[in-house]
Design a binder for this molecule. Sequence first.
Ligand code: 26V
Length: 809
Amino acid sequence: MSQSFDTRKLNANETVNSAPAFRQALLRHLQYTVGKSPQKASIFDWRMALSHTVRDYAVDPWFDATRRTWDEDRKRVYYLSMEFLIGRLLEDQAINLGLRDVIVRVLSEFGLSFADIAEGEPDAALGNGGLGRLAACYLDSMSTVGCPAYGYGLRYEHGLFRQHFEHGRQIETPENWLATDNPWDFNRPEAAYNVGFGGGLAEQDGTSIWTPGSKVIASAHDTPVVGYAGQWANTLRLWAAMPSADLFDLNRFNAGDFAAASEPEALARSLSRVLYPNDTTEGGKELRLSQEYFLTSASVQDILRRYLAGHENLLKLPEFVAIQMNDTHPAIAGPELIRLLVDEHKMDFDTSVSTVTDVLGYTNHTLLPEALERWSVGLMRKVLPRHLQIIETLDTQFIELQGAKENPVRLINNDQVSMGDLAFTTSHKINGVSALHTELVSQDLFPVHNELHPGRIVNITNGITPRRWLKLANPALASLITDTIGAGWETDLERLRELEPYANDSAFREAFGRSKAAAKEHFIQWLAKEHGIQLPAEALFDAQVKRLHEYKRQLLNILWTIAHYQRIKRDPQAGWVPRVKILGGKAAPSYHMAKLIIQLINDVAEVVNNDPETQHLLRVVYPPNYGVSMAEKLIPAADLSEQISTAGMEASGTGNMKFALNGALTIGTLDGANVEIREQVGAENFFLFGLSTEQVAQRRAQEGHARTALEASQTLRDVLQAIAEGTFSPDDHHRYDGLLDAMWNSDWFLVASDFEDYDRAQTEVAECYADAERWQRMAILNVARMGYFSSDRSIRQYMNQIWDVESAL
Ligand code: 26V
């Protein structure tokens, strides 16, 4: 089968002649793996056979890369993350292996459509939002640029919850991606580790002996991750929790107490049962901490086992191993490694600390105080007593390092372990994810650490993979680009700059317009089929899709939408630009205000969409269950990208990059990576509004700023009044009392303060859109200047500035 292929010779466009062999391999899998004939096979059967066939093609480069890394004794990168928001894999892997055209051709012989088959694959939604999707983009880039790497995560049985609406309210149901077979991963029952919890400590010859009270087995599942053009492949290793055999109480079972006999077993399995759906607060404390330790301990044991298979001297660990902690979630890696080096390998404490620090790097992804992890000392002592002891020693050493300071920074404050401070002290490099964010990390979050260790904090601005977010998601634009500047931009995104001169070429602008129209049509069809919603293609598609958070200010968007609606009502003939407001995203199940904002959006949609006077000029749609696969359809269709967070609060954003790369213009604040996107595309091609980070701080300090801003905006007062009168909630006039009260009396997120300027920018957007030629010019220049935001660039920076690892290619 695939052995007859050298996938490395497969260029993305060079798939000639491989159809017969692919067909044969596909039919073999259909018959021998799935057990069906082409005549009887369902679309599910075809997808399974096809996925297994594609996976076969991934195995050769995967073996080659693994073998070369061993033979050449290369340094490896280990990316530890509680989240990998992968989405679907079939088309992605097919593109990277240069198989997409062959697949389309072979399937058509059987009257099948690749798109229809691919659409049946469930999303691997093993993440909440930006942090998890970033990890998935980085996997793709590490393989593409030839960085020897492993992703380590948890194989959650249930990924992020499914969302639907009842009377406009968000309802969560469990997601079940593993309900049907996952054809992508290899089960590795032989790669299993014990992870201990609880228990107690004893002293022996001056060292601590930890005897855990219980153990859970971590069992590995490996997915090959092939880079673009199949030159290199890495491994995503996800751990599943398994009870150790002795947990099942056979005597109890035989005595008829079935439930109790299985209880310890169920408890063990719960470690990889669900992804925490909360991306702001700690929640579910003990289980969450146990999950974090479970991931970290299994991964670190695996890393040391692999290192020791080729080396003896643990002092050289940093020469061969780089571990990156994706936020603080795996920050127990520091104490865990120290524990293993000291307790098991008898290294002295200080040497182990410096060795571990040289190995570890920590990426910070948020400044929100409620999202900075803290674990109570009591909980730590209960779950990880030995680690707490190590953290206490690190804390003492950190205080000493600060000299005779009066109020030293501590790793443990008010009986809480601060995982950010811990991660900092055990890492040789700490990075923020955009220039502005890194500045704030240095000044506001870690000023003392920064002074003690100048140069430890570096910036690595986030990036996105152009394979998934342009080539896969937007085939019309991708082929226009290839037809215009040739292939190769997929791995050298700066080459998009060659498109710049075409902004002045009317034939190109028309072709560009047609590619946008095709993407819109594709989204329109999907929305009609999936949700029964019809949209007008000629309207401006104005999109805000991301997790629901007050700081992201979906509220600002919907309040402006109401203002816009009121104006259209007052003067329907005023020549309005037709607009479709598209919103999407999930709220944490316990985040009441975020859920209320979802309900408001749906309530407004109900009124606006059913108003015959305005229907053709304004629509509001909120398709439920936003995720990676919806993003792939929606982002290419958008004209306008809403990136409107309160300045200083969005660490980077990566949706902002996906939209701009697909030719949407941004309306946005000076926040996160918006700042750098604006620098790259040019201020004249970006709709800027709002207070800056410094102004936000000043405004917040002004007493009664909410009321002051509201008194200055008749428009916004009219909007709030309409809500208060029950215009959008005729069945319950008090539904939004809490929200309105917050607007008048606190407005922490400065919706009122930024409203008028947002309104001004939205008016500019409409004027500009009405001038189709101008808009298209701006959109083309956005695409042409997005090269910097390839995740390949980000990964190369991690390799040079943090990991000190070389490409194997
Ligand atoms: C925190 C927690 C706390 C415990 C429960 C589960 C959970 C899950 C996630 C988080 C941290 C959220 C931080 C985060 O997602 N940050 C986002 O990271 C993106 C990638 O760097 C960045 O683009 C976004 O601006 C930033 O909000």
